[in-house]
Write a protein that binds this ligand. Structure first.
Ligand SMILES: [Zn+2]
Ligand SMILES: [Zn+2]
Length: 201
């Protein structure tokens, strides 16, 4: 994930708005190419993800029916995780507005509402391993491991301090230095995520 790539993605996302050539009735030889390209832009948010992958809105929500919010920084970090693990990432939950879905576990702020959060799973990978893996990305400022639904929440909120937590038995528990070992067994080595996942491919 490079800076230039990020800005390119941003650019293409912005350009999703109907462009002048779409209104152009002059369907000449280059039309096919343009059409294909605009379709790519309309549905795709990055190389491996479609906008709908991040769309967890309720179908009949009046509040957010026209506004799907997805942070390209978040998408970028998920692409980076995908590339590093060389595995498909399942987006369990992406964006929803407060009307679509009420925050579970009584959390104060739901970063899914801002479009900077995703709950993810990786096929064949333990969520504790995934938790350890995503900790390596500095831009991920919120990490929650959910044992009830077997996913890891990540978000790219604009904060300096990282917050980590556990969701278990319908409870939200902030991780501290004191209680962390209770829920998250220490990684045997820092490279565990890499060495462990590759041989199983
Ligand atoms: Zn909504
Ligand atoms: Zn979440």
């Amino acid at each position: 994930m490079t800076e230039t790539k990020k800005s390119d993605q941003k650019k293409s996302f912005r350009n999703n708005k109907p462009r002048s050539y779409n209104k152009n009735r002059n369907r000449n030889h280059s039309n096919k190419k343009n059409k294909k390209r605009s379709r790519w832009n309309a549905n795709r948010i990055s190389e491996h993800f479609m906008k709908r992958d991040f769309d967890s809105r309720k179908k009949d929500c009046d509040e957010c029916s026209s506004s799907l919010r997805i942070s390209l920084g978040l998408v970028g970090v998920i692409e980076a995780i995908r590339a590093k693990l060389n595995k498909r990432i399942e987006i369990v939950t992406g964006y929803y507005c407060p009307d679509c879905k009420r925050s579970k576990y009584g959390i104060r702020r739901d970063f899914h509402n801002n479009g900077v959060a995703a709950d993810i799973r990786v096929e064949g990978m333990d969520i504790i391993d995934l938790f350890h893996h995503v900790e390596q990305y500095d831009e991920i400022k919120g990490i929650g491991i959910n044992f009830d639904d077997q996913h890891v929440h990540i978000d790219t909120r604009k904060e300096d301090q990282r917050e980590t937590w556990v969701e278990k038995n319908e409870e939200w528990i902030q991780l501290t230095e004191e209680n962390r070992a209770e829920y998250i067994p220490e990684n045997i080595s820092h490279d565990t995520a890499d060495t462990k996942t590759n041989p199983t491919v």
